[in-house]
Design a protein around this ligand. Structure first.
Ligand SMILES: Cc1ncc(COP(=O)(O)O)c(C=O)c1O
Length: 393
């Protein structure tokens, strides 16, 4: 299928221009259909029993894991379904053993979900080092090289910033982590939906991402682990091989980490979303978004009173574009874009308050975040409307 042909699959009212995909993406009809099919035709619990419906549901649920593992090239690791990226990161923070004096390295560009779980470990005496980027939000690899000492236990970095759109050099960071014996966690919430990410190739130990940002249903996410080294967050039904009154033996595989009845239709929908993206080809999606981003960056640079955050050029960034207009509150800009042109963008701190402080932005930014269903015509409309708003300053 070509990208241009997929627009009809997104049933959002056609007059709306959705540019808030970094928050959550739209969902195409085949994904909704796959979830409805489960609820209507073979709804049953999974891994619990022998009747025909539970056998079908269990098989589809297992296939959903296989399919998402293959989407990120991660068949040899363990692919666990979670509620979202936040839960996946918290599972690692809670599941590793921490001792006073352990060191974690992360950055100031992180979403709160990849910061708070580490900051909380300070209560256990863990040292958390927060790196600062250079201009435009780009990190020198030397910054990581200096900070990741031999005793560092874990490095946690977002592959793509949800504010600046910057792509971090994860392979180089992974090489340093490997050399120094540190675990490496990638927050892939903004990368996995937008370009091909092969989990083992990145060199990371943990890859976390959200299904709802990649055309899947809300309440779905993934934790991929190279080796299943963490203790499970919750245990109970489905996570054991044997139980006595004295104790229990945990089972292996993803089941060890998915206590209780999972979000079965969500998992099936997420797998369908992965297949949908693959049918369009991730490389083609990336090229499409780069084309739109290039036009957006060039257009914004021409408008007086507008400041872009992150690299002004297309290199090392994707279509998550933050900007401000002098003297107008970001929320007002977002409101006006909606009122005047039905353009839906996000405004505020984007769950990245430390980064906003670092940038000196008390009220945050306006963020347009693009996806495969956006068009050049929509970018032109966005630019025209921003120009009109900026002219009123
Ligand atoms: C980079 C990044 N990390 C983590 C998250 C948290 O994702 P979720 O709310 O799906 O857990 C987001 C959400 O915007 C994000 O952009």
């Amino acid at each position: 299928m070509r990208i241009e042909d997929c627009m009809a699959d997104f049933q959002i009212p056609q007059h709306l221009h959705y540019m808030d995909s970094a928050a959550t993406s739209l969902i195409p009809e085949p994904v909704i259909a796959s979830m409805n099919e489960y609820d209507r035709q073979y709804r049953a619990n999974v891994g619990r029993g022998m009747h025909r419906l539970t056998r079908v549901a269990t098989q589809r649920y297992q296939e959903a894991h296989d399919s998402i593992s293959s989407f990120i090239g991660g068949k040899e690791g363990t692919t666990v379904f979670t509620r979202n990226t936040t839960e996946a990161i918290n599972m690692v923070a809670a599941g590793l053993e921490w001792q006073s004096g352990d060191r974690i390295v992360t950055t100031i560009v992180e979403h709160h979900s990849n910061l708070l779980p580490w900051l909380r470990l300070r209560q256990k005496g863990v040292e958390v080092v927060i790196l600062q980027p250079g201009p435009d939000g780009i990190f020198d690899i030397e910054t990581f090289d200096d900070a990741i000492t031999a005793g560092t236990k874990l490095v946690a970095v977002s592959h793509v910033s949800n504010v600046l759109g910057t792509v971090q050099p994860v392979r180089k960071i992974a090489a340093i982590c490997k050399e120094r014996g540190a675990y490496f966690l990638i927050d892939g919430a903004q990368s996995v939906p937008h370009f091909p990410v092969n989990a083992p190739d990145t060199g990371c130990d943990f890859l976390c991402f959200s299904g709802h940002k990649m055309l899947g249903p809300t309440g779905t996410g993934v934790l991929w682990m190279r080796d299943a080294v963490i203790s499970p967050f919750i245990i109970g039904g489905g996570t054991v091989d044997d139980v006595t009154t004295e104790g229990y033996t945990l089972t292996d595989g993803y089941q060890r980490f998915e206590g209780g009845t999972p979000n079965i239709s969500g998992a099936i929908g997420l797998a369908q979303a992965g297949k949908y993206l693959e049918s369009l080809e991730m490389d083609a999606i990336y090229r499409h978004e780069q084309k739109l981003t290039k036009r957006l960056l060039a257009g914004l640079a021409e408008i007086d009173n507008v400041t872009i955050y992150g690299p002004p050029e297309i290199k090392n960034r994707i279509g998550v574009v933050s900007f401000t207009i002098d003297k107008i509150h970001p929320h007002e800009i977002a409101y006006l874009l909606d009122e005047r042109a039905a353009i839906l963008v996000r405004s505020g701190d984007h769950c990245s308050i430390p980064l906003m402080r670092h940038l000196g932005l008390e009220n945050g930014t306006v963020r347009a975040s693009l996806y495969l269903y956006n068009t050049l015509e929509e970018i032109d409309l966005l630019l025209k409307t921003i120009e009109e708003i900026a002219r009123t300053v």
